[in-house]
Structures are given as C-alpha cells and as structure tokens.
Design a protein around this ligand. Structure first.
Ligand code: ARG
Ligand code: ZN
Length: 843
C-alpha cells in the first residue's frame, strides 16, 4: 500500500504519441486510446503494466491484433512485442456517477476532468505517472455546443472537435471540458509579438463575473515575461469555471480548470478577499505553465518542485501588485495557522515526503507553503541576481524534463558555486526549528548567539541543524537604525555574531520579514517589544512586536486572570491613529491572534489550552478595547469610508478592512446600529457581508440573515457565504446546532465541496465551537465525514485534518476526539485517503 521515494524506477516504455477519442454520454462515455509505445532504453526490464481504475474494458489490441490483458482493480498487464508497438484500447466510463470529482465527471450537466494527481487512470489505461510525457491529440464527439481540450484547436464540425497539444506532457495535465458554456474573450500579445486568444468559459448567467479574472490573467502573463522572462507557448489559453471541484484550480496545459469560487467575481457578489484570492490563483495556475508544465516532476515525491516554486512566484506577484509587507504578514499568519500545526503534530512530513499511501493527502501546507518558504530562503541566501541566474539555468537546462529537487538545487550550485548539501535538509527534515537568542554587550561590541533545535517528528527522532538565513537589524536606543538589515547565515546548532563599534547597547530586530520559518523563543521585555512596535523600520517586525504583545496579554489574562495590558493598548492606539500608515497594515495590527494560535502558543509553553477560557478572554479583551477606544472608532470609521466607485484594489480594500475592524468594535457598544446602517446602504458584498457578520454577532441578525438569503438565493457562491457566516457569527453554544440545522436545509448538499466546506469547515475552524466540552462539534464533524467518505474521499480526507491538533487538549477532549476518529476508522469500506489520514493522527 505504501509507496517509497527510494523505490523509484523509470517506466519501461516511452509513449511516443497519444490519440484519444471521447464519445460523450453521461453514464456510458466511450474512450478510445491509440498510443505508440517504444521500449525505454534507460529503464530496467519489467512487465508492461498500465494503470486503470473503475474502467470497463471493451477491447484492447496490439498492432491491430486483439489481446486479452490481465486485469486487477489497479490496472492491466499484457505481454508485448520487444520493439515499438501500437496500443489500442476502448473503455467505457460513467462520468455522471462520479461524485469523487476525480477523472472525468459531470458538474451541472457539464463534462469536466481533474487528473492531478492520479485521475487519468480513471479515464483510460495508461502509465499514469508524471515522468511519462507525450504529445496528445484529442477528438471529442458529442452534442455539447462547446468541447475543449489541451493545446491548440484543430478541426471541428457537426458533433465533434479536435485538439492538438504540441508540448509533451504527463497525463495529469490532460483536461477535457464539454457543455453549454459561454465565453468571456480577451487577447494578449506576447513580448515576441505572438497574439494569444484568451477565454474564460462559464455557465450562461455567469458572463458578468469574468472581467476581473481576465484582467488578472493578462497581468500575470505580462509579469511572468518581465520578471522571469517566461512567454506563453500556445495560440490559445482557456480557463473554465466549474462549480463542483475538490481544490482551488488546476493548471492543465492550455486549459486551466477552476473551482468557480476561485475565478468568478463581481463587486456585488464577491468580497475584497475573494478578489485578491482570485487574482493570486489565476496567477498561480498561469505560472505553472513553466513551473510545472514545461518542467514537470519526475514523481509525486517531487511535488514541491512545482508547487513550492509556483506559490513562491505567485506571492512575489501579489507583493508587486499590492502591498509587499501586507502580503508577507498575511502569508505568515497563514503559515502559522495551517503549516505550523501540521509540522508540529501527527501529520508532520518533510517538504519532500519519502513515502505515502495516497498522494492526494500530500497537497499540504507543508508542501505548498513551507515549500515556498524554502525558496524564499534560497533566494535570500544567494541574493536576487544569483537567483535570477539560477532560474534562467533551470529553465534552460530542464525545459521538457520531469525533474527532481536534486536537479533544482544543482542549478543553484552551478550558478553560484555554493554547496547546498546542508541546505537540502529543508527538503528532508520535517518539523519547525526552534531558535533561542541570547545577547551580550561589552565595550561597544554587541553579540547575538543563536541556538537552534528541531523537535522530533513522526519517523524522525534526530534532527540536524538547518541553514537559517536570519535577517537582522539593530536599532539605537533612540530609535535610529544603526545596523541596517543584514542576513546572518546560521549553520551551526549554536553560533554567535558580533557587531562592533556601537555607541550604545542596541535593540535587535531579529528574523526581519520572517526570513526563516521558525519559532523564535526570545525572552524580551514588554518595553523592548513596545519600542519595536513604535520604531522598527521593518514593517513585518513592527507587526510581529505587536503580535507578541497581544499574545502575551492574552496569555496573562487566561493564565493569571490579569486585566488587559493598557501600556500595549496605548502603543497600538498610536499606530492605529497614524494615518500615514496603510489602512490594510493597521487592520492587521488590530486583528489579534486567533483562538487556535493562542491554543498553539499555550501548548508550546507547556500549558493545556482551555477553549472556553480562550473564548472568554477574547470577549473580555474586545469589549475592553471598544470601551477604551470610544473616541477612536468614529474617527476610523470616517477615515475608511470609500466614496469612489468600488474597486477591489489594495487601496480601497485596505480601507474596508480597517473599517470592518472598527465596525466590529463599534458593534460592542451600539448593539448593531452602525452595522444595520452599513447593511442597508451597502452596494458591494464586502460591506454587506461585514455588516451582516456584526448583526449576527450582536444577537440581532436573524432578520438580516433571512433578507440576505432572499436576495441571493439564486447565487451559489453567495449562498456558500451565508451558510458559513451564521455559524461563525453565533456564540459557541449555538453554532454547532446551527450547523447541524443547516445540513438539513434544502440548499445543503453533500456532493458540492464548496457547500460542504462552507458549512462543516466553518464549525471546524471555529475553535470554541469545535472544541466544545460536550463534544457536539467533534460528533457533528465525524457524522458528516463518515457520510461524505463514500461520495468524495479526497475532500473527506482533507477535512479530517481538523482533528490534527487533538493532543494539545485535555484528557476529556482527547478521549472525545479519539472516539470520533475511531468511529471514522471503523466505517465500512473506508477510503484509502481517509484511512491514511486518520491512521496517522491516531498513531
Ligand atoms: N496543481 C493544483 C494547484 O496547485 C492542485 C491540484 C491538486 N488536486 C488534487 N486532486 N490533488 O494549482
Ligand atoms: Zn499549484
């Protein structure tokens, strides 16, 4: 069942070309494959095995002679000639019954595919592995008005359409879409003057929600030319919006398929956050054309080769389009919220895992987000110019390859002359390093001593020191920057760095821009943190100082019953009142650490988190802030009011974000009056939704919830928000019951992952509700996951990770969670996906 990296062997044949014919029918689609295979001289001798699952074999032939292959539930084997041969095969599949949303399936009457990672084997028998690359020609037969596949369009006519993709690709990049679709067209002229046709294909009725995505696509294409020198390489680029989709989107060559929530946008129906996310995902999938498609992965252990790099590239893009510090802070919040718990719990795995049962379970925050952090560290170590040089070499040397992390690191070694042997540990060693810092001051010399230690993770007891490119600056006591940011290259378990010729003992600003993804354990005084909050020149560390003060205040309140730290609140108030600062940045300052971050920190410091105590503290602190800032709030509300026509750009959305934070505090004082006024006047979804949230929180939201439902009933993506919002806005004592009731709502459905996540994900992400003492949150989640497993194993398994932090909590809660996980494990015919995830959490 388990696959190991060390067992890699090449496939015994090359697929020289692939011809596929699809005769579409909802319950009986026929797929005819004609493939020329030739022996691969570099591969060891082996049986001819093709993957294939849930296929009905109609006929198979080799060089025109019918054969009877040996079939298992994993694929087929067959004796073949010793030289090249033509493989022909016809299978029947049932897309209309495919609720797993992997392979060819139907969504609202539309045919679509998701083949990454191993879905192609549900379409036809094939060596479904990324190192088998071939040129695909596809013919689609059916009455659907629009029929799309990869590459450039070929002949089309009554009831058929042909496509040819000249770029060799692995099967996971194959895509087919057919249905009653309309397009929002556009075009882009590449740097070398080639005109590319662009389309966003949607269901009739959604045409009005494509303009933003189209602009984001053109901006991404331009950015990749300017920053990475990468041009698009086909005559046409198609994007399709699909309502039922397991993930965000998929980078199929020339035919990106998107979860409709990640591409459709309009001011009336989408929030600022939706717009920003759509822009980033469009960019991400587009950037995959080079980092993923032109250069792909040798095997699925190398997933971070394309995902870490592409996430890194899309974060650079967002930094360039919007505010760089705001993007960095948001990414770190996300890293701490999703990746740190993974890295520090039972699901911990290296950025490049060494074994798996189900690869879909490794599309994780570690592979994606930590994978991107590793690239950020590499760039910081070698510098931006050497990074560009190495990337040019990577594209040059590996275009057309299915590559490995070794190949990736080698281009950096060759381009810079650096030895990256130790750096490579970031790919193989799991867990978050903990770094402590001590300092010494003598005769004008300041010394920083760093010690690093990575705690054991499952299967890895002994950890070696990592390379830590630690960005540090020094401030003088009056707030001047006496030593500007420099990168200290830490390689030892303990290592000191000295700074000479200083007039007075400086205040260090450590791990600026969060240059290394570590837990920094440094006992600094509240005064020093307040000093950095007031004076640090690094916007990230200024925010970080505030975050640390907020965390300390919360922990004091929880553990000692102390009141809020007013010295900190005064320092924060000074920042909030500084209208030279970007409102988006101030909004991030005002948003305190969430409940699960506090639970994590309590756990790190040796305490057992009590979810009720964390929740109560949050309520007390928020009320206190509202009362203390009774004069500040109207000022913030006025300052953040937008009078121009709606634009989802950084400037306007920053204002609305700070306005939302101010509204939330105001609601504590006025019982929802300001929120009601905002709700009634709102002409965009951002303002409407933030107001609705506050009305629900104020306890006066039921009428508005009904009005909102009546207004938006026809719009699936807005109704997803409606499902989630009311769960998140109600007190923990009501949220689980509300979620339970919503699963009985006529608009609830188990087969649409967006709706399922909107509802059950809202419970799982609501710390105090999910971890309710009576276990109601755990039980509801387990009930629904058990029901979903037969329908959609992939989404079930992903959502099981909500249980991954279970060992942080008290014995009673641990017992409740364990019982639910065991109940899931005991389910009849549990999927491999879910069984691997729950098994790892239990062991
Ligand atoms: N490659 C896609 C992306 O990151 C993710 C698709 C993953 N799908 C899956 N079923 N595992 O853009
Ligand atoms: Zn990706």
């Amino acid at each position: 069942e388990t696959v190991y990296l060390r067992d890699y062997t090449a496939f015994g044949w090359q697929a020289q070309d692939v011809h596929l014919t699809f005769r579409l029918a909802p319950h009986a689609t026929r797929v005819v494959a004609r493939i020329h295979f030739a022996p691969n001289p570099d591969a060891p001798a082996q049986d001819f095995f093709l993957h294939g699952e849930e296929l009905k074999l109609i006929r198979a032939a080799i060089d025109g002679t019918e054969v009877t292959p040996e079939l298992t539930d994993k694929g087929l084997t067959c004796p073949v000639p010793s030289g090249p041969f033509l493989w022909e095969c016809e299978v029947e599949i049932d897309p209309a019954s495919n609720t797993a949303l992997e392979g060819l399936y139907m969504s609202n009457g539309m045919y679509c595919t998701q083949c990454e990672a191993e879905g192609f084997r549900k379409i036809t028998y094939y060596p479904d592995r990324p190192d088998v690359m071939s040129v695909f020609t596809v013919r689609i037969e059916g009455d659907e008005p629009v029929k799309l596949s990869n590459g450039n369009p070929g002949k089309s006519g009554d009831g058929f359409a042909e496509w040819h993709d000249p770029w060799p690709k692995p099967a996971y990049l194959f895509a087919l879409v057919a249905g009653d679709l309309v397009n929002h067209p556009g075009s882009f002229t590449t740097a070398s003057g080639k005109k590319v046709e662009l389309n966003i294909w949607v269901r009739p009725g959604d045409e009005g929600k494509c303009a933003f995505g189209m602009e984001a696509l053109k901006t991404s294409m331009k950015w990749d030319e300017e920053v990475y020198g990468r041009e698009y390489d086909l005559d046409i680029f198609n994007i399709v919006a699909v309502d039922d989709f397991n993930m965000g989107a998929m980078e199929n060559k020339g035919l990106n398929v998107f979860n409709s929530s990640c591409v459709l946008a309009s001011p009336e129906t989408s929030t600022d956050a939706n717009f920003e996310r759509i822009e980033a995902i469009i960019a991400h999938e587009y950037f995959h054309n080079w980092t993923g498609n032109r250069i792909t992965c040798r095997d699925w252990f190398q997933l971070c080769l394309k995902e870490g790099l592409t996430v890194y590239r899309d974060s650079q893009f967002t930094s360039d389009m919007r505010s760089s510090p705001v993007k960095r802070i948001s990414d770190v919040i996300d890293l701490r919220g999703r990746q740190f718990p993974e890295d520090q719990g039972p699901l911990s795995h290296p950025v490049r895992p060494e074994s798996f049962q189900e690869i879909n379970n490794f599309y994780t925050a570690t592979v994606y987000e930590k994978g991107a952090e590793v690239i950020g560290m590499l760039r910081r170590l070698v510098g931006p110019e050497a990074y560009s040089k190495a990337l040019d070499l990577y594209f040059d040397r590996h275009d057309g390859d299915a590559a490995t992390i070794e190949d990736w690191l080698k281009v950096f070694e060759d381009a810079t002359g650096r030895d990256l042997t130790q750096f490579k540990r970031w790919y193989s060693q799991a867990g978050t390093p903990r770094v402590t810092v001590s300092e010494d001051w003598q005769d004008g010399t300041f010394t920083l001593t760093f010690s690093q230690m990575t705690p054991p993770t499952p299967g890895q007891d002994d950890k070696q020191p990592q390379v830590l490119p630690m960005a540090v600056g020094l401030l003088s006591p009056n707030g001047d920057e006496v030593v500007p940011t420099q990168v200290l290259e830490i390689t030892e378990a303990e290592q000191s760095f000295t700074f000479e010729g200083l007039g007075a003992r400086p205040v260090p600003s450590i791990n600026r821009e969060f240059s290394t993804p570590i837990v920094l354990e440094r006992d600094s005084s509240a005064e020093e943190k307040a000093f950095l909050l007031a004076h640090d020149t690094d916007p990230f560390n200024r925010w970080e100082a505030n975050r640390a003060l907020a965390r300390d205040c919360a922990l004091d309140m929880i553990l000692t019953g102390a009141g809020p730290n007013v010295a900190w609140l005064d320092g924060l108030e000074a920042v909030l009142r500084d209208d030279t600062l970007d409102p988006a940045y101030r909004a991030l300052m005002l948003a305190g650490p969430g409940a699960s971050e506090l639970a994590q920190v309590l756990h790190e410091r040796g305490h057992t988190p009590d979810p009720e105590a964390i929740y109560d503290m949050g309520e007390t602190l928020t009320q206190f802030m509202a009362e203390r800032w009774v004069d500040l709030l109207p000022k913030l509300l006025a300052e953040t009011r937008v009078t121009d026509a709606y634009r989802p750009d950084a400037e306007q959305s920053g204002k609305r974000a700070l306005g939302a934070a101010a509204l939330s505090l105001t609601t504590r004082l006025d019982g929802g009056a300001a929120a009601q006024a905002q709700y009634d006047a709102a002409d965009n979804m951002t303002l409407q939704l933030t107001a609705l949230m506050q009305l629900v929180k104020s306890g006066n939201g039921e009428a508005a919830l009904q009005a909102f439902y009546d207004q938006w009933q026809h719009d699936r993506l807005v109704i997803d928000k409606w499902f989630g919002l009311q769960i998140m806005g109600l007190p923990p004592g009501q949220a689980v019951e509300r979620a339970q009731a919503l699963t009985q709502h006529p608009d609830f459905t188990m087969t649409n992952p967006n709706r399922f996540r909107a509802t059950l994900g809202a419970v799982g992400g609501y710390h105090a509700a999910f971890h309710r003492k009576d276990g109601a949150g755990y039980a509801l989640l387990a009930d629904k996951l058990i029901a979903l497993d037969d329908i959609n194993p992939q989404t079930t398994a992903r959502m099981c990770s909500l249980f991954q932090t279970w060992k942080r909590y008290d014995a009673d809660r641990q017992a409740l969670i364990r019982a639910q996980m065991e109940r899931i494990m005991a389910k009849d015919k549990l999927s491999r996906d879910t069984s691997e995830m729950v098994g790892r959490m239990l062991s």
